[in-house]
Design a protein around this ligand. Structure first.
Ligand code: ZN
Length: 356
């Protein structure tokens, strides 16, 4: 199937399955559209129900998460709490592994050196490329990572995971640049098609295909002055195949190895020959046809939404356990306050009677 037909097919599949779209806003719950019964699919239906249920679940209110994180900072317990929550998240989710995996790749030895030793991070510094502001830059030759935003405090990470099940935006940019560091230090050469380099980094940073569908990402990048060196059609092809590799459960390291051996670009088909062969093997192994592949992409996105909710609920649970006394005290005060409010309303309604 040529690229144009592939995109058309993937798009019509996505539109037909709007009903399975996971959350586009994490809180308050975003109502799901009704599923067109002619497109109803048992495999996706089984994922849609837990996603819908989990997105409505919470252990703590926003103000209680804030209170607990404040206390965690005051008592120097942010790091142990993050470790505890992340340990549990790691055990109970599968699609968030990319975060942990990237962290491990960064600490691994390459020729006796770790990336953490020779790729320093600079936070809160201007990042200008082609006269445009960028969120972050990876310098291949120095090597160095610059991030425009200030480094978030660990407490902000804890609060973001508890509230939304995702890392703060500045850390997501950090993940994007770390992906580049891994790409240029883990493979045989520094010659990788730039479209594949960016497609993988963006999809590591972006946690939801429902929030950033294929066409939105491609348009954003194609119209940005930062990426004048990218070819739009090749970028279309790169995002398409990276989304499929991710959905098939490939690790970031496996994807890096593949894009180092992408093979020749086939202009007519709109794909890289080496990647195409690998994808065909993956599909054969999993017994997937084109439709099955698209279904796998949708299922992966729903599973990620489920994992984000799981991460949020786990972290809220860890915070509740650590600061139960104070959270309960705040709840009692809130209850008293809301009862006090209704008393006030009652007595106000009595005023005219009293004054008459
Ligand atoms: Zn990049």
């Amino acid at each position: 199937m040529g690229l144009e037909r592939r995109l058309e097919f993937a798009n019509s599949f996505r539109n037909a399955r709007n009903g399975y779209m996971p959350d586009t806003d994490l809180w308050p719950p975003y109502p799901l559209k009704d599923i067109d019964p002619s497109h109803s699919d048992p495999a996706l239906e089984n994922l849609k129900l837990p996603e819908e249920k989990l997105r409505r679940e919470r252990v703590l209110k926003t103000s209680e998460i804030h209170l607990a994180c404040e206390r965690a900072e005051e008592t120097n317990s942010v790091l142990p709490l993050i470790r505890k929550a992340f340990g549990e998240i790691r055990q109970k989710t599968s699609t968030l592994a990319v975060y942990f995996e990237l962290d491990e790749l960064f600490k691994r030895d390459i020729n006796g050196k770790k990336l953490t030793d020779f790729v320093p991070f600079q936070w809160g510094v201007p990042c200008i490329v082609n006269g445009e502001r960028a969120k972050g830059i990876y310098y291949i030759d120095k090597p160095l990572i610059k991030i425009a935003e200030k480094q978030p405090r660990t407490r902000e990470t804890l609060e973001s995971v508890a509230q939304y099940g995702v890392l703060p935006p500045a850390i997501q940019t950090g993940m994007h640049e770390m992906t580049h560091a891994v790409q240029f230090n883990f493979g045989p050469s520094k010659k990788i098609p730039p479209e594949l380099v960016e497609a993988q980094a963006y999809r590591t940073e972006q946690i939801s295909l429902a929030r950033k569908p294929h066409d939105t990402l491609v348009n954003d990048v194609a119209t940005s002055k930062l990426y004048q060196h990218l070819d739009r059609r090749r970028f279309d092809s790169a995002v398409w195949i990276i989304d499929r590799f991710n959905a098939l459960g490939l690790s970031q390291e496996e994807i890096v190895q593949r894009i180092h051996n992408s093979g020749e670009w086939d202009e007519k088909k709109g794909s890289w020959t080496g990647l195409e062969q690998k994808l065909a093997m993956d599909m054969k192994r999993r017994d997937l046809d084109e439709e099955g592949l698209e279904q796998t992409v949708m299922a992966y996105d729903l599973n990620r939404a489920i994992d984000r909710h799981t991460a949020r609920i786990i972290t809220q649970g860890v915070l509740r356990e650590a600061f139960k006394g104070e959270i309960d005290k705040r709840r009692r005060e809130d209850e008293k306050w809301s009862k006090g409010q209704s008393v006030t309303v009652y007595s106000r309604s009595r005023i005219p009677a009293l004054s008459s």
